[in-house]
Design a protein around this ligand. Structure first.
Ligand code: NAP
Length: 360
């Protein structure tokens, strides 16, 4: 595979730090520049991050030595250095929308973790095992933007990253009619650590701004289809969610209930999970987990602390599948929020785009 030069926009943040670790020694992608706010610009990345480094592994040496650019003021410079950028920034939504479009219009593709463009109808929101064909909408987006190679592709919210993959293999054959998910979300999802957020210890916070709307609406775009120049959302299943912040460092857990038009047996569900794989596994993309969905027979699994790093944090763990009195079935699932749910999912999407020639 060809080598690609990449930039990390938001490199000092929680997701940006994950990108540094994942891209250090990546077989296809070389990090040649990093960017963040004007507060960090001009410093070496390792100094700009300083005590905010929240990963267990140290900052990769070569990436840590890079001088941080200003993500907005240096768009042209950055675009001339790279084949594409990863973007994960904490800014007002309208500013992020404008920033990402400015990179795309500078002919620099953007693989984004931000929510700003997730509802834009010609921006694909891709879970590579589920809806890889949505990247074909990029041609329509380029037409709108007037670009030759610049475009935006986004990753979905981290909250849904366990239950959408678990429901997906059951959709076509058994038709999921409705689903309820209560999520128990880690503090790294808020860009926090126990050190920076001691108030979360011995506590549960029953509100994460905007999260329930994203968790209910984004799955319908992922399960949507391309019609003309846009992605049309699916109309089913009906999804309702409650999202809670819990004192866990990494790993979002979801307690899920689901009903079907044609109720499967428990064995049929387990079989569908075991046999499910997608384009990333077929193409053997470097970050693809071998077994995307893992089912644990033990009643006390999955556990965030034990299972979030399964297959490099790129797999989804499921357990406790059983019949329910109100819905057909209930189960519990888990995914790593900054790996599969953020930076890892974006790297896998970029590998899919690279394999399909979108960065050429
Ligand atoms: P974070 O730790 O707060 O980091 C924010 C990043 O944005 C930093 O690099 C910061 O740079 C940069 N930034 C802030 N203001 C900026 C500006 N005016 N111009 C350029 N850069 C600016 O946030 P995070 O948790 O990494 O999240 C980043 C994005 O990813 C958000 O949109 C979030 O919703 C999304 N996301 C996060 C997760 C997760 O699990 N954490 C999962 C999915 C999606 P400075 O250090 O210079 O301020």
């Amino acid at each position: 595979m060809k080598q690609f030069n990449v930039g990390i926009i938001g490199a000092t943040g929680m997701v940006g730090q994950r990108f540094s670790l994942l891209l250090d020694k990546h077989p296809w992608f070389n990090v040649v520049c990093v960017a963040a706010s004007p507060r960090s610009a001009g410093k070496k990345l390792k100094d700009a991050v300083g005590a905010k480094w929240a990963m267990n592994e140290p900052i990769p040496e070569a990436i840590g030595e890079l001088t941080v650019f200003d993500a907005t003021a240096d768009i042209d410079k950055i675009s001339s250095m790279v084949d594409f950028v990863f973007c994960a920034v904490d800014m007002p939504k309208d500013k992020i929308r404008a920033l990402e479009e400015a990179y795309a219009k500078a002919e620099c593709p953007v693989v984004s973790n931000n929510s700003a463009h997730r509802a834009t109808p010609d921006v694909p929101m891709v879970v590579p095992e589920i809806n890889p064909e949505h990247i074909e909408i990029i041609e329509a987006q380029k037409k709108r933007l007037g670009t030759k190679r610049g475009f935006i592709a986004v990753k979905s919210n981290c909250s849904l990253q366990s239950y959408v993959p678990a429901l997906h293999p059951l959709m076509e054959k058994f038709k999921v009619t409705k689903a309820l998910a209560c999520t128990y979300q880690a503090i790294s999802g808020a860009g926090k650590t126990f050190k920076s957020w001691p108030e979360i210890l011995d506590n549960v916070i029953p509100y994460i701004g905007g999260e329930e709307e994203k968790s209910e609406q984004e799955p319908l775009k992922i399960w949507g289809h391309i019609e003309g120049d846009e992605i049309v959302n699916a109309t089913a299943p009906n999804i309702t969610t409650q999202c809670l912040r819990v004192p866990v460092s990494d790993g979002h857990t979801a307690a899920v209930f689901a009903s079907f038009e044609k109720k499967p047996t428990k064995e049929e569900i387990l079989e569908a999970w075991k046999n499910f794989s997608g384009v990333p596994q077929e193409l053997e993309l470097p970050s693809a987990p071998k077994q995307f969905l893992h089912y644990f027979e033990e009643n006390d699994r999955p556990q965030a602390n034990l299972d979030r790093n399964l297959e490099g944090g790129m797999a989804v763990s499921i357990g406790r599948l059983r019949e329910d009195t109100q819905y057909d079935y209930k189960f519990v699932c888990l995914s790593h929020n900054t790996l599969r749910g953020a930076a890892g999912g974006a790297v896998l999407m970029a590998e899919l785009l690279a394999a399909k020639g979108y960065f050429d």
